[in-house]
Design a protein around this ligand. Structure first.
Ligand code: ADP
Ligand code: TRP
Length: 322
């Protein structure tokens, strides 16, 4: 039995990069036999950047709905909201006391975010330790994530190792799981697609808005007649297309007399086709927040029991009486 865990921050509606890089690969693992899956909405992590209560709540639902829309089956997966399991915050403190300051100060994500944001809070600095607590609390073995999170997983392993060395074997060292070609989905400007760069494609948007986002993908200025090099439009198309569709698109690019507008239209149509049922389920759950809430509450009740048990063992090792 493999224990698999992953989370998505509640910072907006998960975009195509999140879906192809994290949600779909996680759900594929969940469909394999002999797996136990913990998939959650990281609303505590979102607090590092989201200050408004109504926005946090909305982001949390949107993230939950995106998982459900992509086919998450709550009978197969332990699906929960991070803040419903406060044990994780307690474990995070214990781990903090073993996390070396220079390791956190060297985190790429922290350096990147703290360089861009006016408000750099301690939560942002401590972000990887809360992630470690998320993972170690349930003895997760595999963590499916995008490439940008690799360093965070290495830190989790380092912290787990430090704890085990200090207090005796307590935590499992998790491994990263990621599909090579899905590691870094490009956004509309060719950089990594990210909520924070505003370069994302939201597959759940109404058609006209979705088309506008796709038409906004940056391309070079080659004229219609010229042959084209594979670019962002092609990369996204290839990720979603069948081998035959990709071969035909490659031919269009090579031959010339095929404009970027046509390629973008083809990508738009492919996204609508590939995500037809996801878009339908998204609308279904958006209209039923009570149903989403009830699913999250059931998931939380199940994982809280597991978290309690582990935390008790951890406290004992650290010298607490109860
Ligand atoms: P964002 O950068 O948009 O804020 P998150 O940090 O919330 O995204 O990431 C959620 C999950 O999606 C993580 O596992 C992350 O690695 C993955 N992910 C995010 N952006 C991409 C991308 N462009 N390509 C592949 N995976 C991604
Ligand atoms: N940091 C992840 C992200 O940016 C979210 C996350 C929080 C996570 N805790 C985790 C992912 C634990 C995997 C495992 O989306």
């Amino acid at each position: 039995m493999k224990r698999i865990l992953t989370g998505i921050q509640a910072t907006g509606i998960p975009h195509l990069g999140n879906i192809l890089g994290a949600i779909k690969p996680a759900l594929r693992l969940a469909a394999e036999p002999d797996t136990e899956c913990f998939f959650f909405i990281a609303d505590l992590h979102a607090l590092t950047t989201v200050r408004d209560a109504a926005t946090l709540k909305q982001n949390t639902y949107n993230t939950a709905v995106a998982w459900l829309a992509n086919g998450l089956d709550v009978d197969k997966v332990l699906f929960y909201r991070q803040s419903d399991v406060p044990q994780v915050a307690e474990l995070s403190w214990y781990l903090n006391c073993l996390a070396p300051y220079p390791m956190l100060a060297n985190a790429h994500a922290f350096k990147d975010k703290s360089g861009r944001l006016a408000d750099v809070n301690a939560g942002l600095f401590d972000y990887p330790v809360l992630m470690a607590a998320d993972i170690l609390l349930y003895d997760a073995q595999w963590v499916p994530m995008g490439k940008d999170q690799t360093q965070h997983l290495e830190m989790t392993r380092d912290i787990a190792q430090a704890f085990n060395n200090c207090y005796g074997r307590t935590f499992v060292l998790p491994e990263l799981r990621m599909a090579e070609r899905l590691m870094r989905i490009p956004g509309t400007d060719g950089k990594k697609m990210s909520k924070s760069y505003g370069n994302y494609i939201d597959i759940f948007l109404p058609e006209a808005q979705l088309r506008k986002q796709i038409m906004g993908i940056v391309t070079d200025s080659r004229p219609l007649e010229a042959p084209k090099e594979p670019d962002t439009v092609f990369t996204l198309y290839e990720l979603l297309a069948s081998p035959e569709q990709t071969a035909a698109m490659r031919q269009n690019y090579r031959a010339g007399n095929y404009g970027y507008g046509q390629a973008k239209q083809a990508l738009f149509e492919l996204i609508l086709e590939r995500f037809k049922s996801e878009r339908k389920r998204f609308d279904y759950y958006c209209k039923r927040p009570d149903e989403v809430e009830s699913l999250l509450a059931q998931g939380a009740a199940k994982v809280r029991a597991r978290a309690d048990k582990k935390l008790k063992a951890v406290r004992k090792k650290m010298g607490f009486t109860r």
